[in-house]
Design a protein around this ligand. Structure first.
Ligand SMILES: NC(=O)c1ccc[n+]([C@@H]2O[C@H](COP(=O)([O-])OP(=O)(O)OC[C@H]3O[C@@H](n4cnc5c(N)ncnc54)[C@H](O)[C@@H]3O)[C@@H](O)[C@H]2O)c1
Length: 615
């Protein structure tokens, strides 16, 4: 070999190579993360520099020049192939070694992907890219029979029956990833799948909506645990959305407690239904601020809603509000709702729940509100605690207003059980406890509750609100009761943990005023049907409106001086079915039953007919 010639050639080969590398920068990518793009860059830079060398050689031949610019074509080809091979394979080798070292010692998570469509493929790519956890995809599950038995990217596709019949146990599958468009899978199917996973102690996760993916696509860390709302939610209810939209278009609507769980969802739905203006009132400034920002971020113009910090018991502030906005509809969701807290603070239960409702109802009559919808609770049925009794008094007051002559406002009450995930309720509490490593605390192993989701409850409130013509108590069909112990077990399992082993479930004893079983709201005996199968009209005791009006006033007056015992006794007189349970106020029931020997007759108290009281 002519060394002199080789050295001379290096003086132009090296700069030419540098030009190719400087333009395409194949050295920029991190070697251990080498991807297709890095290989492309290597190819482009080598093609460019080899092309330039070929041109130089060809022009040397053409111009009759000989050495040193002439490189044999065979050398150029071998140089190109060697460079491609060495540059790509060294990178891929480093990546392989790095990945194996990274996965060494890491527990393998064996998964099956539900859905062999496009989302399934995206999930597969995301899982394969992930090292922590180290996912191994065992198979796809798909109910499309034409796909079953085939493979996708070398991975077998099978039916749900086959997966749960044999594969999951034989292959020791740890997780199922739901990679389907939720619109294309019924809620019932999702619930069945979740139940199957819970019974087999398999974690079930789902991919987030496409909008939430990272810019580079789906990342395995974005997969999220399915939540209990998915399991306990019920099928979407038939809903006269067009009718409601039509009626809301021209309305100004006041939502009190609008920053709370129910109030804020009502606000969202009202805005979604194109209500002209929603006035949101709440005393919780920060929560109201958050809602205001959420609505602006969703693109609602600031002229569509007003966020007003205010106390519903403050006469002057409420008069200011009614004067300024003249609402057509009022949804009253402002309340104190925590049973144990209200048991210790009857003063506040009466001041806020009863006082607030009474003031808003009176102002609604005065300012010609068309409909007033009160949000009540199942705890108002045969109340065993101060909170429930305060809501029952609100119901009685609202109903009595409807019976007064000449009243144009339609007063409607909606009653329902617990909503999933509301502020301070059992689901967020259990979630926090699970994240903290336990224990998950419940008051009694046998305690049961009825549940519906917040959006479902609010849909029914809207529907019932428009259905009512005044004086009705609408009761929602809450489905079957849920055992709180089972809820805890399911939430722990859904989080990928084992109840008892990873997270302890601890009983703490019933709290003051707490019932083991909530009353069934809707039975054939205590309700009448409406055109909507989930909305029923509750049959309640007839109340004398004038008596109620004066007794509520008297109760509110008591706030000026009475002790807690005197306040609760007054509530018990107003609501004879209020029998305290597991509470310090149980002793009052004895005294009252002794006094109750004589029947109260309104005629003994008042000598006039029902008439408008506030005008
Ligand atoms: N959460 C449930 O499971 C459930 C079920 C059935 C009925 N309800 C009833 O729905 C109503 C609302 O419940 P929630 O879960 O939305 O409660 P929440 O605590 O989330 O909301 C209540 C809102 O009312 C506001 N508020 C309280 N006092 C006020 C006052 N004086 N002035 C202005 N705002 C005031 C609070 O700041 C809060 O934002 C309650 O009456 C409750 O009994 C709730």
């Amino acid at each position: 070999m002519n060394m002199e010639r080789v050295i001379l050639q290096l003086f132009f080969v090296i700069p030419v190579m540098i030009v190719g590398f400087a333009i395409f920068k194949p050295f920029n990518g991190i070697i251990r993360h080498t991807a297709t793009l890095d290989i492309q860059r290597i190819l482009y830079s080598l093609l460019l520099s080899s092309g330039l060398l070929t041109i130089i050689t060809l022009s040397s031949i053409g111009s009759g020049l000989t050495s040193p610019f002439m490189i044999p074509f065979s050398v150029l080809i071998i140089h190109f192939i060697l460079c491609v091979f060495l540059m790509t394979w060294t990178r891929l080798l480093v990546r392989l070694i790095y990945q194996n070292l990274r996965l060494y010692d890491k527990k393998e998570v064996r998964v099956m992907i539900m859905g062999a469509g496009e989302l399934g493929q995206v999930s597969l790519t995301a899982l394969e890219r992930s090292a922590n956890p180290n996912y191994k995809v065992i198979g796809f599950i798909d109910d499309n029979q034409q796909l079953q038995g085939k493979t996708k990217a070398g991975i077998p596709i099978c039916s749900l029956q086959k997966a749960f019949g044999s594969i999951i146990s034989s292959q020791q599958v740890d997780e199922i990833i739901l990679a389907v468009n939720r619109g294309g899978m019924s809620d019932e199917k999702v619930r069945n799948l979740m139940d199957l996973c819970i019974s087999r102690k398999i974690v079930i996760k789902e991919i987030p909506p496409v909008n939430d993916w990272l810019t580079g696509g789906l990342n395995a860390r974005q997969l999220r645990h399915m939540n209990i709302e998915d399991l306990l939610g019920r099928d979407v209810i038939a809903f006269d959305s067009e009718g409601i939209r039509e009626r809301l278009k021209e309305s100004v609507i006041l939502v009190t407690g609008g920053a709370g769980s129910i109030g804020s969802e009502l606000v969202r739905q009202l805005l979604m239904f194109d209500a002209r203006k929603v006035v949101i009132v709440d005393q919780a400034e920060s929560a109201l601020y958050d809602l205001q920002h959420e609505l602006l971020a969703k693109g609602y113009k600031s002229n569509r809603f007003v966020a007003m910090v205010g106390d519903v018991t403050n006469f002057f502030r409420m008069v200011q509000l009614f004067e300024r906005y003249h609402p057509h509809l009022v949804f009253n969701a402002a309340a104190y709702k925590h049973v144990p807290l209200m048991e210790e603070n009857p003063f506040e239960a009466i001041r806020v729940n009863v006082g607030g409702t009474q003031l808003l109802a009176n102002l609604s009559i005065k300012y010609g509100v068309k409909k007033f919808v009160m949000i009540s609770t199942d705890k108002a049925v045969n109340p065993t605690n101060v909170m429930g009794a305060s809501k029952r008094i609100c119901e009685m007051y609202i109903q009595s207003q409807s019976q007064l002559e000449g009243i144009k406002t339609h007063f409607i009450t909606t009653r329902f059980g617990n909503v999933l995930g509301s502020n301070g309720s059992v689901v967020p509490l259990f979630s926090k406890q699970i994240v903290a490593g336990g224990p998950v605390t419940l008051t009694h192993r046998d305690i049961t509750r009825y549940f519906m989701t917040i959006p479902e409850a609010c849909q029914l409130v809207l529907e019932a609100g428009f259905m009512g013509s005044g004086g009705e108590i609408f009761v929602f069909d809450m489905g079957k009761p849920v055992k709180i112990y089972d809820l805890a077990v399911k939430m722990i399992t859904l989080a990928g943990l084992e109840p008892g082993r990873d997270i302890e479930i601890r009983e703490t004893g019933l709290r003051p005023g707490e019932k083991l079983y909530e009353e069934l709201l809707a039975t054939k005996e205590n309700t009448l049907p409406t055109y909507h199968k989930k909305i029923l009209i509750g049959k309640t005791r007839e109340c004398n409106p004038v008596l109620i009006h004066h007794e509520v006033l008297a109760l509110l007056n008591l706030l000026k001086s009475a002790t807690d015992d005197q306040l609760v006794s007054a509530m018990k007189k107003l609501v004879p079915e209020f029998i305290s349970q597991n509470s310090t106020f149980e002793r009052l029931d004895q005294t009252i039953s002794e006094e109750n020997g004589k029947e109260i007759n309104p005629a003994d108290y008042f000598d006039f007919k029902p008439a408008p009281v506030y005008r």
